[in-house]
Write a protein of this length. Sequence first.
Length: 144
Amino acid sequence: MVPHIRLGRDDCLSCGVGRVRPLLLLMQHGVPHGEAGHDMSYDHIAIARCERCGAGQIEIYGHDCFPLDDVWDQFEWYVLSADAMRRLTEGGCPTPLLATCDCPLHRVWRAAVMQLLVRPWATPGEAATHVHSTPLIWEGDRLV
């Protein structure tokens, strides 16, 4: 069964016009807020692709609705270069939206994305400061 993935934003960070949809799910813990079985926290790391321009973006999402937390939903977004998207689409994973998949594509991308900076949010209205608009490129076996 393919899990439900609700992205924090569905607009393309590259062209600003197109809509993105999940292409690869690297990590998912818990049940999303508002769905049956949710228990305070939910996290995912997804790579999405724009249906219009073909550009990609990484979404790193953490949700914690513990009553004392100030910002329940915290995101970090990274734009992916055309070369990075080419590498991703050539990977050939049979289950790209299964976060527990341990194929070579998932392992390489999971390791690369886990090295990216994720900063905590201080206020709910600071989403723009968590968008990294310079496209990431592949260098060796990592994103830079």
